[in-house]
Design a protein around this ligand. Sequence first.
Ligand code: FES
Ligand code: FES
Length: 162
Amino acid sequence: MKTAASLPLVINGRIVPITAGDRRMNLLTFLREDLDLTGAKRGCGIGVCGTCTVLVDDKPLKACRTLVADVLGRNLTTIESLAPPEGGLHPLQQAFIDAGAIQCGFCTPGMVLTAHAFLLKHPEPSREEARRAIAANLCRCTGYQQIIDAIMAAAPHYQKKE
Ligand code: FES
Ligand code: FES
């Protein structure tokens, strides 16, 4: 049987080699400083704000409170892989822009990934469900209404395609 230490870490569809030293690293630091995946942001650093959110097997995870060892063998998605490889933006990203849901943008990568995970499971949400879905992600700028507008506007995409 494979031990956790021998399992690969898959990030954005690519197998990333992990050393013994990497396994003890904080996941957010590893993503940002070793892999140059700087979309996930360090806000509070204590698991409160959600700016460091990544997806693990399509579920939101706060990378600031996670060790690399804890996600070995899992599939990580960061904001860098949400847009289609052929170019352009993911419809949810475009919806954030169209709805005016981005001001300073610091919360946006984590907010978009949290909303993406929610819509994958709940493609026909109510506004109240959308509001609850982003409750663990803080935004200092928008007042949240535009973010909920964006989630609702993007939902039809998930009903058709995801
Ligand atoms: S930086 Fe991770 S929750 Fe705030
Ligand atoms: S847009 Fe500034 S914190 Fe959300």
